[in-house]
Design a protein around this ligand. Structure first.
Ligand code: COA
Length: 338
């Protein structure tokens, strides 16, 4: 029997050219290259310059994904853009991405699931394809963190972790008769636990306070900057990511050993080492980019896929497991036959 499934036919990423090293950060906060490398594995990250926005990075990655698929933007049926750093409070950034791609008419939808945003967007897009509602969907993760980070010692625990970047895939509907061989997205698993919403969040701008969505008191408190309970995030991430991968493997009757490459979210090298250890996966099968790009949130997984292909580590027919964890808390996994 032929089942309608999604397969990745295009892939692209874009990192802004400006490199910010750990040493560069010491110019405006009390930190050190040694502290950052030891605890996170991050050596440098990219920051945008000037008026560059999240949708600007997204359009570059999207165009590369379209080019690699041999498609024009006009061939797309839908757009999903995952980001926690939108161009504006509203409308969503997918609207600006659509406009910059020279398109009108097709649905352009923002997904706001932070570090798990790309897996959520992939999952939603996959549902449209499985039901035959769409044939070609652009799924993008894009972030401009640098403009929203507190660049002083008060914000150092968060600021050193994040970078800017974008990655994109094009999904196409495909009929699958042999799931062990044919390229397709096997499954996605999504989870949320809002009990931990304030463990990693940006308190303002906000409709949850008395009157205006932003006032001087919020700015004085620094509510516009991300706040994080790093230990809580770490402890939950190293538990939830392996669980999500195990759920994917179990549903599809595979073992950890069957996976050829793990392309995890990039929050912290130590998190990914612990996840691989818990799964019993060899570290050489885990593809990381954290050392050079830090955490680009919704963009880490498509950037990782793109760089793994360019590095010759991801080839047709491989079984790829992906998982992410982040603010919400949200977490999830995706299993793909590449
Ligand atoms: N540079 C130097 N010192 C720093 C620092 C920085 N950038 N950030 C925090 N510190 C200090 C702290 O103030 C603290 O000092 P104190 O002991 O005098 O109070 C000390 O370093 C240790 O801080 P702590 O928070 O205990 O460190 P940690 O070993 O837990 O590591 C993280 C902190 C953030 C690296 C770690 O908790 C982590 O990676 N968590 C997950 C974060 C994450 O992945 N977030 C994104 C999820 S999608």
């Amino acid at each position: 029997m032929t089942n309608l499934r999604s397969r990745v036919i295009g892939l692209g990423s874009h990192l802004p050219p400006r490199i910010v090293t750990n040493e560069d950060l010491t110019e405006f906060m009390d930190t050190s290259d040694e502290w950052i490398v030891q605890r996170t594995g991050i050596r440098e990250r990219r920051w945008v310059e000037g008026v560059t926005s999240t949708s600007d990075l997204a359009v570059e990655a999207s165009q590369r994904a379209l080019d690699s698929a041999g498609l024009a933007a006009q061939d797309l049926d839908m757009i999903f853009l995952a980001t926690l750093s939108p161009d504006h409070f509203f409308p969503g950034s997918a609207v600006f991405l659509q406009r910059k791609l020279g398109l009108a008419g097709i649905p352009a939808i923002d997904v706001r699931q932070q570090c798990t945003g790309f897996i959520y967007a992939l999952s939603i897009a996959d549902q449209y394809i499985r039901t035959g509602s769409a044939e070609k969907i652009l799924v993008v993760g894009s972030e401009v963190h640098s403009k929203g980070l507190e660049k002083s010692t008060r914000g150092r625990d968060v600021t050193v972790l994040f970078g800017d970047g974008a990655g994109a895939v094009i999904l196409e509907a495909t009929g699958v008769t042999d799931p062990d061989r044919e390229s397709h997205l096997l499954s996605t698993h999504l989870y949320t636990d809002g009990a931990f919403a304030e463990e990693l969040w940006v308190p303002a701008v906000s409709t949850a306070y008395d009157e205006d969505i932003v006032d001087q008191r919020m700015l004085d408190r620094g509510d516009q900057y991300p706040k994080m309970n790093g230990r809580q995030v770490f402890v939950h991430a190293v538990k939830r990511m392996p669980e999500a991968v195990e759920a994917a493997l179990e549903q599809n009757n595979y073992q950890v050993n069957d996976v050829d490459l793990f392309v995890f979210h990039q929050a912290n090298l130590r998190i990914n080492e612990a996840v691989a250890h818990r799964l019993g996966a060899p570290e050489e099968k885990v593809f990381n980019t954290i050392h050079k790009y830090a955490n680009t949130t919704a963009a880490t997984i498509p950037i990782g896929l793109d760089e793994a292909v360019q590095a010759g580590m991801l080839e047709a027919g491989m079984l790829v497991a992906s998982a992410a964890f982040g603010s919400g808390f949200t977490w999830g996994s995706a299993l793909l036959r590449w």
